[in-house]
Design a protein around this ligand. Sequence first.
Ligand code: GDP
Ligand code: IMO
Ligand code: MG
Length: 410
Amino acid sequence: MSCTIVVGAQWGDEGKGKIIDILAANVDIIVRYQGGNNAGHTVVIGDEEFILHLIPSGILHRGKLCIIGNGVVIDPAALLSEIEMLRGRGIRVDENLMVSESAHVILPYHKVIDKRRGAEIGTTGRGIGPCYVDKMARCGIRMVDLVNKKCLKRKLTANLKGSTEFDFEKIYRQYIDYGKRMKGRLVNTSLILNRAISKNKRILFEGAQGTLLDVDHGTYPFVTSSSAVAGGALTGTGVGPTRIDRVVGVVKAYTTRVGEGPFPTEFKRGFMEDIRVRGQEFGATTGRPRRCGWFDVVIVKHAVMVNGLSEIAVTKLDVLDEMEKIKICTGYRYKGRIYRDFPADIDVLSYCRPVYEERNGWMQDTTSVERYRDLPGSAKAYLSRLSRLLNIEIGIVSVGSKRRQAFRVR
Ligand code: GDP
Ligand code: IMO
Ligand code: MG
């Protein structure tokens, strides 16, 4: 399989970083295609934990080319400090990291606006939404503009017109400096990717966020501002749909969400604490506690459909090891009606009562299981039930944060 897209099939933080790290071993190029440093992708190698925000998780593998595609929004300060962080930990980041000239740039005013207006949605405050707003309003500043003084001056002057809050000179000088420091990495990444495809190179498209945070297909308006679904991998890189061979959706064995917005299967307080501690459910980017709940088939079925998933990878099965009873949500009850398919109406999602089926847990430690067939019977039955309800095959199961704590199902 030469081109594989990996997407989150819930509300983000499904363990994409871990799955990417496993799949990256067998590819040549890993590319991020949307979002920005609102993402936090964790990879654990030995006893070392790495959290990647902008740089593809494949950077931790030697000899792979990593690309930040045109669909990503880049905070240059965050990118430069991530490069320094990796180098400081002995990871090579030289010509193995390329950045699209066309990617849009996050400026200080984007972050200020985001912090001011993002509270209702519970954004990460990284300036992601306001940067995409400027992109769509056609007044955005792109990476290539940082190496063109005249162009940057013109655009920045227009964007800051009438503002007394921001110091034009300071921003201008700072971003020209960023441009100088990144010049060698700025390239036409679509060309690199398409040339690589024609040479049968294998490419992994690393999604950020998740399907339910997608601006079109998520729980709007409680979403991020980019196309987090598989389609985003095409517009976000300039690779056409006929080139894609496989789409892998990553799901947790339960559900989590950070920030505001409806979450039908969210746990009540006591249970919430329990899973949060067991699953270490604290945001990799903002440190905020994640909201936790049971597995929701309605939302993942939606993700299977809108991403055209080929298979799913189920992570964090081990977090359910000590659960006596485990519930699966198979529908929503709202005003006397049962919904089996994802409703666009935010009121249904906000006020529905989940319809659950309940099963016995396995009450056994799975963290050292190395083969699917060695999982406890009830754990296999749980996975089979999810697979049947979602009508999709499970490709990988993960039972811990480390590299070796995962196996293929067949
Ligand atoms: P991402 O944004 O989708 O890459 O996910 P995050 O890195 O934000 O969050 C996933 C968290 O779960 C990280 O702390 C991972 O180290 C951890 N993790 C991944 N897979 C597993 C697993 O199978 N079991 C456990 N216990 N932790 C996991
Ligand atoms: P990864 O890639 C989980 C959430 C925020 C907020 C909403 C909008 O690690 O899975 P934004 O700053 O994007 O405008 O915030 O989206 N959010 C995430 N939640 N994982 C992420 O990324 C997220 N990126 C954004 O919490 O609710
Ligand atoms: Mg994350």
